[in-house]
Design a protein. Structure first.
Length: 132
């Protein structure tokens, strides 16, 4: 096992996660409390750094903290692929819904923008549409 030799600043630099965010993850239980020096400084090891990278990557992929907590919980007890698939499938469906909503928004805004005369008249079609 790796030694606990990473300070929170070094862990932040190594993982790209802000110090305040690391502390927050500890506070809500996504990251375990690390051992501390006699002076109270947190010390992390490679296992905790890997866990933090997992959390960061999950956030980058759009997983909620609750989803990440579930995935970490599954990792701690060696899940079946079916359990991981269920969480991931739910997330994929949410992404598809967001994409669909964004496409509808794009079509609506494109249509409204085409009706814009682009001059300085007070009768802007875009503003009228937003108020309707």
């Amino acid at each position: 096992m790796d030694q606990f030799n990473l300070t929170i600043g070094k862990l932040s630099d190594q993982t790209g996660v802000k110090i305040e965010t690391i502390r927050y993850y500890e506070k809500i239980g996504l990251m375990p409390e690390p051992p501390r020096t006699e002076s109270g400084r947190r010390l992390y090891d490679g296992v905790l750094a890997d866990r933090l990278c997992f959390i960061r990557r999950g956030r980058e992929l759009g997983f909620s903290l609750d989803d990440i907590r579930a995935l970490l919980g599954l990792e701690d007890r060696k899940p079946t692929c079916a359990e991981v698939f269920e969480i991931t499938s739910t997330h994929v469906e949410m992404i598809r819904t967001k994409i669909s909503d964004l496409k509808k928004l794009e079509r609506t805004l494109s249509t409204v923008a085409k009706g814009c005369s682009r001059n300085r008249t007070p009768d802007c079609a875009i503003i009228k549409t937003l108020f309707s």
